[in-house]
Design a protein around this ligand. Structure first.
Ligand SMILES: *Cc1c(COP(=O)(O)O)cnc(C)c1O
Length: 379
């Protein structure tokens, strides 16, 4: 979008790749020499490493994050956990993929206005969804912050909802619960979906994704659906797809997955600098979670009523920004006929959010300078 040179780019993926170059080359060499180009050991190793990281019993590598979501929802229908047409509650300000997955599985998206402070679904939102007949809830850990607390857990359990996390932006996020246990993204409910799209905190060099699940039958059904619906070679029990993860991407993902906590910590440092240093009445900063580990800061999203002017000002000062997301799903042409109530918060957020640089291409020193530039903005 902004093609002019930025001293502080929003994101430069080559900066994210460079520190891992030698390991990535070695990973590629391993796959090239293995003679195994679909499935195999790289995928199995990634799946067991992902189980370890998330605490989920089962992990299944798939082609991308959207496929992880849609195959999991289809598997929930195949296994009888959900029925065709069931309502699935999801925050109305999510990325379109969350909603596309619900539609693809023959289920009904139930868009819930998010909490304006956390920008995520609240326990009140989940309760409202239950009252409206929701049979499932998809907490989206938007911008990398867990959409999860004791109240949501209690509401989900009380109502017997199927819970699928959209954890595409939140790999490695965790939260200490009141009873002292640690809840980790990927093991908060029945299933979860992760994305390794190159811009995500742990990115592949292409598309990649994974589903996690607590139930063996559900996990097996996701795996079967992703592989032509066959439970063994040339034996098709479901009308499936080819949504497999390439082993070369699995090998690349494994390189970065081993550094998940450090990569997240680096983003956290920059979020803390922004949070402490940005002081400007025209700019609303994102809420910091009580447990710092609950946010992995996929994006650092501020809000302002004068967004275009703010972005132009930042660009003129060499700071690249982006918008996540300018148009909420219910205002997209493809969802013109989707029934929903008023969604004023989602619409207000879409009109005011601005994402600041926070990825590997931004240093902590850069974050301090960007904060100063923002403080000099006259809204
Ligand atoms: C990236 C993303 C997805 C989809 O992942 P892909 O790998 O791009 O298909 C789904 N939900 C959210 C919230 C995302 O950010």
């Amino acid at each position: 979008m902004m093609t002019e040179f930025m001293k502080y780019p929003f994101l430069d993926l080559s900066d994210a790749t460079r520190p891992f170059r030698d390991e990535l080359v070695e990973a590629a060499r391993r796959v090239i020499d293995s003679g195994r180009y679909v499935g195999g050991d790289e995928n199995l190793s990634l799946e067991s490493e992902l189980s370890g990281l998330t605490g989920a019993t089962h992990a299944i590598g798939v082609s991308n994050g959207l496929d992880a979501l849609r195959l999991t929802l289809r598997a929930a229908v195949e296994t009888g956990r959900l029925a065709p047409g069931d309502k699935v509650a999801v925050a109305a300000n999510t990325f379109i993929a969350s909603v596309l997955a619900i539609s693809d599985a023959g289920l009904t998206p139930l868009l819930i206005d998010p909490d304006e402070t956390t920008m995520n679904i609240s326990s009140e939102g989940v309760a409202k969804a239950v009252a409206m007949g929701a049979r499932a809830v998809m907490p989206v850990h938007l911008y990398g912050c867990l959409a999860w607390d004791e109240e949501i857990a209690a509401e989900t359990e009380r109502s017997g909802l199927f819970l699928i996390e959209d954890a595409a932006q939140a790999i490695g996020a965790s939260r200490r619960m009141a009873d002292g246990s640690v809840a980790r993204a990927g093991s908060l409910g029945d299933a979860a979906a992760f994305s390794f799209y190159p811009t995500k905190n742990v990115g592949a060099l292409g598309d990649g994704g994974a589903a996690t699940a607590s139930d063996e039958k559900l996990a097996q059904t996701i795996r079967t659906l992703a592989n032509y619906g066959s439970d063994r070679r040339y034996h098709n029990v479901l009308i499936g797809f080819n949504c497999r993860l390439d082993p070369i991407q699995a090998a690349f993902i494994r390189v970065k997955l081993a550094h998940t906590d450090r990569l997240n910590e680096e983003r956290r440092k920059k979020a803390c600098i922004y949070n402490e240093s940005i002081v400007n009445p025209a700019i609303v900063k994102p809420a910091m979670p009580a447990d710092p580990n609950a946010a992995v800061w996929h994006q650092y999203v501020v809000r302002t009523d004068s967004r275009d002017r703010f972005r132009d000002y930042l660009a003129a000062n060499g700071v690249g920004t982006d918008i996540h997301y300018p148009t909420p799903p219910h205002m997209q042409p493809c969802y013109a006929s989707l029934a929903h109530g008023p969604l004023p918060v989602a619409e207000r957020l879409a009109a005011t959010v601005v994402s600041l640089p926070i990825a590997e291409s931004t240093s902590t020193d850069d974050a301090r300078i960007i904060a100063e530039i923002i403080n000099s903005y006259r809204g």
